[in-house]
Design a protein. Structure first.
Length: 266
């Protein structure tokens, strides 16, 4: 691809969401199969002690790149395939080495973020997870825990540091794959592009928050009117799968607009 860093207007962030849904709805089964296949592979990895969690975290940059490749292909008239996750591994050794460095760096940074956050909240986030997963949730106990200042600091660190980590990694795998950049250069280029397009990314995040909020309200309203609120959870799971898939399908458009990569308009 011929690419150069471009100026991105805030309104373009809204178009990334619209384009993501448009391309997803052209191939809903193929894109969903891609995401479901990755989730299945992730479950298998989690069964492996020690190595599994590291391999899973290291594979996340490959997940975003695979979806970008599939979306780019869809804009060119090709159906998305799960083989898109393998395409980057067929490149030259320099690209494969850079992608491996990105993956291992992401895994290490994530472990550091979790360790810092766990230290800050004194294990209260893990306690919150245990309460929510117990199946016998005490609303008062959860509310008391959420009001704990130490947990709030830990949550702020957890999400804040994760958001900072996302900036250099947002475009980095694509820059390695399509531009042939090394890991360090790709991380720098991605962080710079995200900063220059910060208005568009704020709009992008706000649009996704609105979509998720509207979906949640609609599901609760429909099942509330039907008198079956207990079925909300059953509708939320496939809905979350579809929305997550559409999100990943939209990633390529943020890259294409930021670096001038070719893409047919959708």
């Amino acid at each position: 691809m011929q690419m150069r860093l471009k100026d991105v207007r805030p309104a373009q962030g809204l178009r990334w969401v619209r384009r993501g849904f448009t391309v997803f709805l052209r191939h809903p089964l193929a894109f969903t199969a891609m995401f479901a296949g990755f989730l299945f592979a992730a479950l298998l990895l989690m069964l492996l002690p020690w190595v599994g969690p590291i391999a899973l975290l290291a594979s996340l940059p490959l997940l975003t790149l695979g979806f970008m490749i599939a979306t780019h292909g869809a804009t060119q008239g090709r159906a998305p395939r799960i083989a898109a996750f393998i395409v980057p591994l067929r490149g030259d050794s320099a690209r494969r080495r850079a992608l491996l460095q990105l993956g291992l760096g992401y895994a290490l940074a994530t472990f550091v973020i979790v360790a810092i956050s766990d230290w800050a909240d004194g294990g209260k986030f893990e306690l919150l997870q245990q309460l929510l997963a117990s199946g016998n949730v005490d609303a008062a106990e959860v509310a008391q825990l959420l009001g704990d200042g130490q947990l709030q600091i830990g949550l702020a660190l957890r999400f804040g540091l994760a958001a900072l980590l996302a900036l250099p990694y947002w475009h980095a795998p694509a820059l390695v794959h399509w531009a042939g950049q090394g890991a360090g250069q790709a991380l720098f280029s991605s962080a710079l592009a995200c900063w220059r397009a910060r208005g568009a990314f704020v709009a992008y995040a706000a649009a996704w928050a609105l979509v998720i909020g509207v979906f949640g309200i609609a599901v609760n309203l429909v099942f509330g009117l039907l008198g079956t609120p207990q079925l909300v959870g059953f509708a939320a799971l496939p809905g979350a799968l579809l929305l997550s898939t559409a999100f990943y399908a939209s990633l390529f458009f943020s890259f294409a607009d930021s670096f001038g990569a070719s893409a047919n308009p959708v």
